[in-house]
Design a protein around this ligand. Structure first.
Ligand code: NDP
Ligand code: 2IT
Length: 452
C-alpha cells in the first residue's frame, strides 16, 4: 500500500467514524471498499477532487419511521422502520427489506452501501437501497405479520415507486411478507405496478426469483472453481443458514454433483454426513417455509444426522467448499482458520458481509478462492431487475430464459472481478475486483450527472 493510500484511508475513516458514531457494520463495509479503491483515487485525481467517495458514503436520503401494530392478544407494539436510499446514480433505488430484531441504522446503511456496488455489478440499471425493521417475525402468527406489514407499508409507500425505489425481500422477508406489503401498497396507491420484486408468480413475479440468489451463488462458485480446473462434482460443501439463500445454494450445489453436509440457523447447525438429497431438500423447504420450524428438527426426521446447538457454526466441518448464507460477520478468524486447516479450497459468500475482516485476511493469505457477497450473491437482485423488466414490458419469461440471463450475468460479474482483481502472481482478489468494478461504474455515472 502506498503512503498516499495508507494516509488517505486513515483520514477518511477517522472522519467517517466521527460523523457516524457507533455504526460499526457501516464502518466495516466502507473500510473494505476504500481499501480496494484507494489506488483508483490515486490514479484518477478528479475522483478525489470531486469528493466522489465522500458523496458515496452519505446516503441520498434516510427515512426512519414509527411502525405501530397490534398483536393477536390486543397488545400494542411499536417498532422502528427504515429505508436508506443510498445512491441513484445508475437507476432507481433498489434493495431488500430485512425484518430482524438486530436491525438498526448501521446495519441498514452497510447493506445499502454494499447494494450500490452489487447492483452496479449486475449490469442492470439499479441504484442502491436497503430497508427494514427491528420487528422479530419469529413466533408471530400470519395475522400478526400481515398487520405489521400493512403498518410498515402505510408509511413506506410515500417514499417508493416503480421508477423511484423498488424494495424486495431479505432476512425475515420472503414471499409471504412481499404479498402483504404489495397488497397494502396497491390499496393505498391504487396502482398495480412493479414497485416490489419477489412477487408471487401469479401476480407479476418472475420465475426463478426465489431460487436466484442461491443458484447465482453456485454459478459464481463454479466459475471460481473453473479458474483452478475444479467443479462442484464430488466436492463436500458446508452451507450456513437455512433460509432462502441457503436452501437454493444447497439445492444447486447438490444438483451440480456435490455433497452438502450442513445447514444452520442462529441456534446451531446440523451435520448430515450422507449429504442432502431431493427428498431431504423438500423436507427442509417444508420445515423452514411452511411450518417455520427450527433446523434442529432435521435430526428427528433423519437420525443419521447430528445437531450441534448453543449457536455453533458449521466451519469446523471438513469441506472443500464453504457457502456462508446466513448473516453478517458469521465467519470469524477462528472459523477461517478451521476451513483453511481442513483443506477448503473455495469460500463463496451468499450472505452480505458474512466474513469478518480478519477472517478475510486469513483466507486471502492462504490464497483460497474467496468471493464477497456483493459479487457472488448478486443473482438475487439481478433477477429482481429482470422482474422489473418483465413488469415494464408486461410479459413473462420462462424459467429457461431467466436462468440463461442469470448465468450470463453471474459470468459477467466474474469477468469484471478477474479484470480488476487479478494480482501480479495471478491470484484473483475478488474483493478488490468487485469493489473496483462497482465503484468505477457508479463513480462514472456520478461524474456525468454533476454535483447532485
Ligand atoms: P432468511 O430469513 O430466509 O434466512 C436467514 C437465515 O440466516 C436463517 O436460517 C436464519 O436463522 C439465519 N440467521 C439470520 N440471522 C442470523 C444471526 N444473527 N445469526 C445466525 N444465523 C442467522 O434470509 P435470506 O436467506 O434471504 O438471507 C440470508 C443472507 O443472504 C442475508 O445476509 C441477506 O442479506 C443475504 N441476501 C439475500 C438475498 C435474497 O434474495 N433473499 C439476496 C442477496 C443476499 P434464524 O431463523 O435462527 O434467524
Ligand atoms: O441483498 C440483496 O441483494 C437482496 N436482499 C435482494 C435485493 C433485491 O432487490 O432483490
Amino acid at each position: 500500500m502506498s503512503v498516499f493510500t495508507d494516509r488517505y484511508i486513515k483520514n477518511f475513516m477517522a472522519e467517517l467514524e466521527a460523523r457516524n458514531p457507533g455504526e460499526s457494520e457501516f464502518h466495516q463495509a466502507v473500510r473494505e471498499v476504500l481499501a480496494s479503491v484507494a489506488p483508483c483515487l490515486e490514479e484518477y485525481p478528479y475522483l478525489l477532487e470531486n469528493k466522489i467517495m465522500e458523496r458515496m458514503v452519505e446516503p441520498e436520503r434516510v427515512i426512519i419511521f414509527r411502525v405501530p401494530w397490534m398483536d393477536d392478544a390486543g397488545e400494542i407494539h411499536v417498532n422502528r422502520g427504515f429505508r436508506v436510499q443510498m445512491n441513484s446514480a445508475i437507476g432507481p433505488y433498489k434493495g431488500g427489506i430485512r425484518f430482524h430484531a438486530s436491525v438498526n441504522l448501521s446495519i441498514m446503511k452497510f447493506l445499502a452501501f454494499e447494494q450500490t456496488f452489487k447492483n452496479a455489478l449486475t449490469t442492470l440499471p439499479m441504484g442502491g437501497a436497503k430497508g427494514g425493521s427491528d420487528f422479530n417475525p419469529r413466533g408471530k402468527s400470519d395475522a400478526e405479520v400481515m398487520r405489521f406489514c400493512q403498518s410498515f407499508m402505510t408509511e413506506l409507500q410515500r417514499h417508493i415507486g416503480q421508477d423511484t425505489d423498488v424494495p424486495a425481500g431479505d432476512i425475515g422477508v420472503g414471499g409471504r411478507e412481499i404479498g402483504f406489503l404489495f397488497g397494502q401498497y396497491k390499496r393505498l396507491r391504487d396502482e398495480f405496478s412493479g414497485t416490489l420484486t419477489g412477487k408471487g408468480f401469479a401476480w407479476g413475479g418472475s420465475s426463478l426469483r426465489p431460487e436466484a440468489t442461491g443458484y447465482g451463488v453456485c454459478y459464481f462458485a463454479s466459475q471460481m472453481l473453473a479458474t483452478r480446473g475444479e467443479s462442484f462434482e464430488g466436492k463436500t460443501v458446508v452451507v450456513s443458514g437455512a433460509g432462502n439463500v441457503a436452501q437454493y445454494a444447497a439445492a444447486k450445489a447438490m444438483r451440480l454433483g456435490a455433497k452438502v453436509v450442513t445447514l444452520s440457523d442462529s441456534d446451531g447447525y446440523i451435520w448430515d454426513p450422507d449429504g442432502l438429497d431431493e427428498e431431504k431438500f423438500a423436507y427442509v423447504q417444508q420445515l423452514k417455509n411452511v411450518i417455520r420450524g427450527r433446523i434442529k428438527e432435521y435430526v428427528q426426521k433423519y437420525p443419521s444426522a447430528k445437531y450441534f446447538g448453543d449457536g455453533a457454526k458449521p466451519w469446523s466441518v471438513k469441506c472443500d467448499i464453504a457457502l456462508p448464507c446466513a448473516t453478517q460477520n458469521e465467519l470469524d478468524a477462528e472459523g477461517a482458520r478451521q476451513l483453511v486447516a481442513n483443506g477448503c479450497i473455495c469460500i463463496t459468500e451468499g450472505a452480505n458481509m458474512p466474513t469478518t475482516p480478519d477472517a478475510i485476511a486469513i483466507i486471502q493469505e492462504a490464497k483460497l478462492l474467496y468471493s464477497p457477497g456483493k459479487a457472488s450473491n448478486a443473482g438475487g437482485v439481478a433477477v429482481s431487475g429482470l422482474e422489473m423488466t418483465q413488469n415494464s414490458i408486461r410479459q413473462k419469461w420462462t424459467p429457461e430464459e431467466v436462468d440463461a440471463h442469470l448465468r450470463r450475468i453471474m459470468s459477467d460479474i466474474h469477468d469484471a472481478c478477474t479484470r480488476y482483481g487479478t494480482e501480479e502472481d495471478g491470484y484473483v482478489n475478488y474483493v478488490k475486483g468487485a469493489n473496483t468494478a462497482g465503484f468505477l461504474k457508479v463513480a462514472g455515472a456520478m461524474m456525468d450527472q454533476g454535483l447532485v
